[in-house]
Write a protein that binds this ligand. Structure first.
Ligand code: DAK
Length: 257
């Protein structure tokens, strides 16, 4: 399938999606959001893919929603826009999604990165919620996911006063997994994705779901969900294979069954 605003390729068991509107610093317009979702869902449905990487360019992961497209929108247009459904659909992807963030990750771009499961940041990465500059507030998780990640004090400063975080600060506050030299950012994200894609697929899937539950439910519900997922894995071939391989001192061969 060919796309207008993204580039899609596979690297063995890793699906790579690159946002590709360089002249607009990868601003997220409706076409890009819809193409991103198609590509993500196609990789999610493909048994040959074990993990997905979303990347931008060296200058910008994404500079936010497309302000030029959004400027004349009414409240009803916004209510019916693809923005929120897109972020809900990203949350529903079963395979791990890793963001490789170089340069600007602003507004909806920062929210997109925070919707991914892990973030590898280049040294030049900058995270921010500058919506206040254009008379609005974040609308796709920037007041919620961000606050859970960095805490109230810093989230307030970011949302109310456009405080931008450097890559080093993002690492300090636990938003990103690691910071790497810019030229290695995509490679590191692809390597992390490849490592995870080589693991037992059902355990990866349920592990992702269980960690996400920690953000969305009470501890009691989360622990009960974790126990159910753990128990369910004992019905898989991969659990038998993984434990036999350990005992027989050989590498496991995962079936994803
Ligand atoms: N939208 C459209 N075009 C953008 C853009 C954006 N967000 N960001 C940059 N561009 C375009 C610029 O207009 C410029 O285009 P030309 O003038 O050359 O045609 C080109 O990209 C290069 O940008 P600059 O010349 O400004 O480059 P600089 O290096 O000088 O500055 C910058 C880089 C990233 C600091 C600056 O471009 C900037 O401040 N950009 C805007 C960042 C921003 O405010 N982002 C937040 C957007 S609001 C929703 C939920 C959520 C949202 C929407 C809806 N619903 C629930 C429905 C999300 C909202 C947002 O993200």
């Amino acid at each position: 399938m060919s796309y207008e605003t993204i580039l899609v390729e596979t690297r063995e068991r890793v699906g790579l999606i690159r946002l590709n509107r360089p002249k607009a610093l990868n601003a997220l317009n409706q076409t890009l959001l819809s193409e991103l979702m198609s590509a993500l869902e196609a990789f999610d449905a493909d048994e040959n893919i074990g993990a997905i990487v979303i990347a931008g360019s060296e200058k910008a992961f994404a500079a936010g929603a497309d302000i030029k497209e959004m400027a004349k929108a009414s409240a009803v247009d916004m209510l019916n826009s693809d923005f929120i459904p897109t972020f809900d659909r990203i949350r529903a992807i079963k395979k791990p999604v890793i963001a490789a963030v170089s340069g600007w990750a602003l507004g909806g771009g920062s929210e997109l990165a925070l919707s991914c499961d892990m973030i590898i940041a280049a040294e030049n990465a900058k995270f921010g919620q500058p919506e206040i500059n254009i008379g609005v507030i974040p609308g796709a998780g920037g007041t919620q996911r961000l606050t859970k990640a960095v805490g109230k004090a810093l989230a307030m400063e970011m949302v109310l006063n456009n405080r931008t975080l450097s890559a080093a600060e993002a690492l300090h506050y636990g938003i990103v997994n690691r910071v790497v030299p810019s030229e290695r950012c995509l490679e590191e994200a692809l390597q992390l994705a490849a490592d995870i894609a080589a693991r037992a697929p059902l355990a990866v899937q349920l592990g992702k779901e269980a960690v996400n539950q920690a953000f969305e439910t009470s501890l009691t519900e989360g622990l009960a969900d974790e126990r159910r997922a753990f128990t369910l894995l004992f019905a898989t071939q991969d659990q038998k294979e993984g434990m036999s391989a350990f005992i027989e001192k050989r590498p496991p061969e995962w079936a994803g069954r």
